[in-house]
Design a protein around this ligand. Structure first.
Ligand code: VGL
Ligand code: ZN
Length: 198
């Protein structure tokens, strides 16, 4: 039995000045760092897209950022180009303490499928390997913090609950994009699968 802190996507592009900046995101970083010593393992995730990723509005004619479309795997919001592999925007924010991390997991590398969750791509069946990592270490409890509450934190928390982890989301150490009611929907969804919002 052990617990893990999963820090979602604290990367330059989601912070002030980034391509997909989440409002007030920088202020959570010092408190996330302070939390790390309380956990047996620390996992960091990194959104890590190839150029011309299908989740980018720029990959679609006549579409602009924050429009949405239907993909083969369902509804998809189209984003500004962000977190491109090897770019400055994809780096962790310089204030995030990365030296405590046991594992850094990258996601969103398949050019045709977005991947909000740290556990599965958005097709809901291609695993990232994180479940195996955590279960091998007898992790039973996971706490999620980071960016963005209504997308990657939400999807990761819901998958973790479905995979039978005890799941907490620290809402005060997460920040949301909040488009078209996405934050309220995320709270509803997380609560319905047993995620504890604290
Ligand atoms: C995210 C939109 C696109 C996130 C990642 O980290 O929540 N949101 N890619
Ligand atoms: Zn992304």
């Amino acid at each position: 039995m052990s617990d893990a802190l999963i820090v979602i996507d604290v990367q330059n592009d989601f912070c002030t000045g980034g391509a997909l900046a989440v409002p007030n995101s920088d202020e959570i970083i010092p408190r996330i760092n302070a939390l790390m010593s309380e956990y047996d393992s620390i996992v960091l995730t990194q959104d890590w897209h190839p150029n011309e990723h299908l989740s980018f509005a720029s990959s679609h004619k006549h579409k602009k950022a924050y429009d949405s479309i239907d993909m083969s795997y369902g509804y998809q919001v189209l984003w500004p180009d962000h977190c491109i592999q090897g770019s400055e925007g994809a780096e962790f924010h310089s204030e995030l303490n990365t030296s405590q991390a046991n594992l850094i997991i990258r996601k969103g590398m398949n050019p045709n499928i977005d991947s909000y969750s740290a556990f599965y791509e958005n097709d809901k069946k291609t695993p990232t390997g994180l479940e195996g990592y955590l279960k091998t270490l007898d992790v039973t409890d996971v706490t999620l913090v980071g960016l963005a509450t209504d997308f990657c934190v939400n999807y990761s928390a819901v998958d973790a609950a479905k995979l039978d982890f005890n799941v907490k989301v620290m809402t005060d150490l997460s920040r949301a994009i909040d488009i078209e009611g996405s934050l309220a929907d995320a709270f509803k969804k997380m609560t319905s699968v047993g995620v504890k919002l604290i």
